[in-house]
Structure formats: structure tokens, C-alpha cells
Design a binder for this molecule. Structure first.
Ligand SMILES: [Fe+2]
Length: 289
């Protein structure tokens, strides 16, 4: 009897896997994982995603080359053009980090996940506060970019909103005394969360801005190279990491999540993650380190 029950459980699991692993780059699909772990936050996000997809049922996305590429690989990369908006963010980061009187605000909103073990990360310097005007400009920039706007809507099948922005410097380990290299990992965000990563500098294969890695062999599948690359990727499903940079590396990290309609972007903060309950609004609440 126990053997039959075990076999049935395995069959159900493999059936779910076949149905839910709809993209080539899905090494695991959090749908069934989160549901089986009874994690309320992730379940709320899945319900919200389903509801948003229902409301946005008539969204139709042009299946261009970028979409076809993303569908196979789970990312889309290009090089920043001269004078694109992200250079303003790099400038803001550069100016902010020289200010010695900054107050480390871990999280700026209620209804948000955050962690306060960031003091242990000795290889990263973060911006603690970004003005609303800058976030709004970033939102406009993203929505005006045909490729990114199209890719996000294709993947979510819903509208979207920015739910966080992190500006940070990844320090070179020239003195060999830093301990916290960004090792390979999956981001544990709710299902269908996308990141846009933008890196300042020139990167080569041996010291890429980011490596997308085969989780079974540990070999790099794709390295983000070139001058000032910008990449949209599903960091929940792509195993990824970044070695210590050769020179200090400035980074822009934008978190994007499904939304029922276009909404104002949210700024969680440098150590925050995402809204706990996506159905709820988020009020200002500063949490200090
Ligand atoms: Fe990550």
C-alpha cells in the first residue's frame, strides 16, 4: 500500500513538473515548491499573478527576436547607449557614496520583506535612499524601452511595476581580505519576478559582470560581457553569480513584479526584497539598521 502511495505521489510530482516547466531555462518551478511549503507570501503572489493575468487577458505581445531569445534562455542583454538614463543613476551612486553622514535605512515601506544581516556583507557599498523623482524617471525609461517593456509583458502576461531599486558598488578584492563574494545562487523571490541588472565597466569572459551557470556542472553557460551591459533576467530560475570584480564595479539592480495595472514604482530600500502581500498598498515606514 505504502509503495503504491509513494508511486502515485511521484507520478503526480512528475506530471506537475511537465506541466509547469514550460520554459527551457526552468530548472525548478516554484509554483509547486512554494505551494507544498505552504509559504503564505509566495502563495499570495501566485494568487495575485493569476488574478492579474485574468484581468490582463487581452494583453497581446509581439513575438519579436528578443522575445524568442528570452523564451529559450531566460535573459536578454544589450549594451547601454551613450547618454541613456542609467548613467544618471551611476552618477547618483558615485556622489552618494562619498557622503559620510548617510543614515542606513534598511527598508522604507511597511508590508515589505527585508533582512538586516547586510552589515556582514563586506564587499558591497549601498545607497540607502533614492529620491522619488529618480525612481519615477527610471519607470518612464523602462516603459519607453520597447524591448524591455515588451519582454516583461510577454513573460508576466500582465502589466508590471518596479518594486525595488538597489544601487551598489561591488568592491574589488585587491587586498584579499574581503569575505563575501557573490557565489552562485537562485534569488528566492516570488514566482515571476524579473531583475534588470546594469553594470558599469568593461567586462570579459574570465571576469564577467555576471555568470549564468549550469546548476549541475557548475560551468558558466553565459557570461555578461562588454562595456556597460544591461541585462533583463529571471534570477529565480537562472543559477547565477559574480566573482570579485577586477576593479570596483557599480551596479544598478531593478526588481520588477507583475501588476494588475500600471502603478507607481515602489522603493523598498537597499536591504529589502518585495511586498509581502501584493494585494495591499505600501505605506512609508523607515526601518533603520
Ligand atoms: Fe542574485
Amino acid at each position: 500500500m505504502a509503495v503504491v502511495a509513494f508511486g502515485l505521489k511521484r507520478n503526480i510530482k512528475s506530471f506537475l513538473k511537465k506541466k509547469l516547466f514550460i520554459y527551457n531555462f526552468y530548472h525548478f518551478n516554484p509554483y509547486y515548491k512554494y505551494l507544498s511549503e505552504k509559504n503564505l507570501i509566495f502563495i499570495l503572489h501566485i494568487l495575485y499573478l493569476l488574478f492579474a493575468a485574468f484581468v490582463n487577458f487581452f494583453i497581446r505581445i509581439k513575438k519579436d527576436r528578443a522575445v524568442i531569445f528570452f523564451e529559450k534562455k531566460g535573459f536578454y542583454k544589450r549594451i547601454l547607449k551613450k547618454n541613456e538614463f542609467p548613467y544618471e543613476l551611476f552618477e547618483y551612486l558615485n556622489n552618494d557614496l562619498v557622503n559620510k553622514n548617510r543614515i542606513p535605512i534598511v527598508c522604507h515601506l511597511d508590508n515589505y520583506t527585508f533582512h538586516n544581516k547586510v552589515t556582514l556583507v563586506d564587499s558591497q557599498q549601498h545607497v540607502y535612499e533614492v529620491p522619488e523623482l529618480i525612481i519615477n524617471k527610471l519607470d518612464q525609461y523602462l516603459r519607453r524601452d520597447q524591448n524591455f517593456d515588451n519582454l516583461i509583458k510577454f513573460y508576466f502576461k500582465t502589466n508590471y511595476r518596479i518594486t525595488n531599486l538597489r544601487l551598489w558598488r561591488y568592491l574589488a578584492n585587491s587586498q584579499k581580505n574581503l569575505k563575501t563574494e557573490v557565489g552562485c545562487h537562485y534569488d528566492m523571490f516570488p514566482h515571476k519576478t524579473l531583475k534588470i541588472m546594469i553594470y558599469k565597466g568593461f567586462f570579459v569572459k574570465s571576469h564577467a559582470a555576471l555568470d549564468i551557470v549550469d546548476p549541475k556542472t557548475g560551468n558558466s553557460i553565459y557570461s555578461i560581457k562588454g562595456k556597460d551591459p544591461i541585462v533583463l533576467l529571471d534570477t529565480n530560475h537562472l543559477y547565477h553569480g559574480a566573482k570579485f570584480p577586477l576593479k570596483d564595479r557599480d551596479t544598478i539592480e531593478i526588481t520588477i513584479q507583475p501588476s494588475i495595472r500600471i502603478k507607481k514604482p515602489l522603493y523598498g530600500g537597499f536591504a529589502s526584497g518585495h511586498p509581502k502581500n501584493p494585494f495591499k498598498s505600501n505605506q512609508k515606514k523607515e526601518i533603520l539598521l
